[in-house]
Ligand binder design. Structure first.
Ligand SMILES: Nc1nc2c(ncn2[C@@H]2O[C@H](COP(=O)(O)OP(=O)(O)OP(=O)(O)O)[C@@H](O)[C@H]2O)c(=O)[nH]1
Ligand SMILES: [Mg+2]
Length: 295
C-alpha cells in the first residue's frame, strides 16, 4: 500500500487546518479567521483500505516576531524537510502575490514532491482560477495546482488521489483507528483557545496560552476540567473577564459546549484568567505552557 507523511505548509490563515479536518473527516485542529491559529505541529491521519495519509498541520508563515513565533516557524521548516510530500496550501481568494510565488519556489526546491492546493474557491470568481494558474506557470512554478474548497468539499477526493500517487510504497505508519497524535487534554485546551480567537480582536488571542490544571473523568462519566487562560497584560485580563465576569462566562460556556461535543460527555468547566507578562518571549514559560522545541 502507499502511505506516508504530507507536510501541510502555507501562509497563516490560508486554510490549512480546515483542509486537513475535511480530508480526515474529523476536527483534529482548531480553525479561525485570525492568522496564527495553529501553534503546534499536529498530525491528522486518514486511513483507507488502500492507503494512509499522515497530514502534518503546521503553523502558518507569518511576519510577527517573538520567541513563540520563532519556534513555530522552526517547526514548520523542520516539518517541510522531513515529510514524504509537501502540500502547499494557497488562499486562492487572496490572489497571487510575489511573496506567494517566492514561498512556493522555496518549498518546491526542498527536493520533496509537492502539490499546491489552491483553496477557498467557493468565495472567488471562477475565472480567477485559470488566470492565477497562468501567473504561477509563467513565474516558473511547475508544481501541479489543484483548486479546492474545504468549505464546500470541492475536489477533496481528487486532492487525496493526487497526494497518494506521490507517497512511497510502505506499510501503514499508524493503526487504523487513530486520527490524531494529540491527547484529549490538548484538544480541550485548543478548543478554549479557538473560542478566544473567535471572540476577541487578535491582539488578545495572540497573547493567550491555555494551561489545563485538571482533566478528570468522574465515575458517572462526566468530565471535571479546570484551566487557566494566561494572558500578557492586565488590561487583556479585564477584557477577557468583562463586566461582572460576563464575557468570561460567555466564552467558557461556548467552549464547554464544544468540549462536550468532542468528549461525548457532560463537562464541568472552571476557568481562571491569569497574567504572565511577555510570556511569549520567555523560554521557561513557553515550556511550561507546552510550546516546547522538540528538536
Ligand atoms: N470560504 C472558505 N473559507 C475557508 C476555506 N478554508 C478555510 N476557510 C476559512 O479561512 C480561515 C482560516 O482557516 P484555517 O484553517 O484556520 O487556516 P490556517 O491556514 O490553518 O491558519 P493558521 O493556523 O493561522 O496558519 C477560517 O476562517 C476558515 O473558516 C474554504 O475552503 N472556503
Ligand atoms: Mg491552522
Amino acid at each position: 500500500m502507499r502511505s506516508g507523511t504530507v507536510a501541510v505548509i502555507g501562509r497563516a490563515n490560508a486554510g490549512k487546518s480546515t483542509l486537513i479536518n475535511v480530508m480526515v473527516g474529523e476536527k483534529i485542529a482548531i480553525v479561525s479567521p485570525k492568522p496564527q491559529t495553529t501553534r503546534d505541529r499536529i498530525l491528522g491521519i486518514l486511513t483507507r483500505e488502500e492507503h494512509q495519509i499522515v497530514f502534518v498541520d503546521t503553523p502558518g508563515i507569518y511576519r510577527q516576531r517573538n520567541e513563540l513565533t520563532d519556534r513555530m516557524m522552526h517547526q514548520t521548516e523542520n516539518t517541510s524537510k522531513e515529510a514524504d510530500v509537501i502540500l502547499f496550501v494557497h488562499d486562492g481568494h487572496a490572489g497571487v502575490k510575489d511573496e506567494d510565488v517566492a514561498l512556493m519556489k522555496k518549498y518546491a526546491s526542498v527536493g520533496i514532491p509537492m502539490l499546491i492546493a489552491y483553496t477557498k474557491t467557493d468565495i472567488m470568481p471562477k475565472e480567477n482560477i485559470p488566470r492565477d494558474a497562468k501567473i504561477l506557470y509563467e513565474a516558473g512554478i511547475e508544481t501541479d495546482v489543484i483548486p479546492v474548497s474545504a468549505r464546500k468539499g470541492r475536489n477533496i477526493r481528487l486532492l487525496e488521489q493526487e497526494l497518494v500517487k506521490l507517497l512511497p510504497e510502505q506499510d501503514k505508519l499508524f493503526p487504523d483507528d487513530i486520527v490524531s497524535d494529540r491527547s484529549e487534554r490538548f484538544m480541550i485546551s485548543e478548543l478554549m483557545r479557538e473560542k478566544i480567537l473567535l471572540k476577541y480582536d487578535k491582539e488578545i488571542p495572540h497573547g493567550v496560552a491555555i494551561v489545563v490544571n485538571k482533566f478528570e473523568k468522574l465515575d458517572n462519566g462526566t468530565y471535571d476540567i479546570d484551566l487557566d487562560i494566561v494572558c500578557e497584560k492586565r488590561n487583556h485580563k479585564a477584557i477577557l473577564i468583562g463586566k461582572q465576569g460576563r464575557a468570561l462566562k460567555e466564552t467558557a460556556s461556548f467552549a464547554r459546549q464544544d468540549m462536550e461535543k468532542f468528549l461525548g460527555a457532560k463537562v464541568f468547566l472552571t476557568v481562571y484568567v491569569k497574567v504572565r507578562e511577555d510570556w511569549r518571549d520567555r523560554a521557561t514559560l513557553l515550556k511550561e505552557f507546552g510550546y516546547d522545541d522538540e528538536e
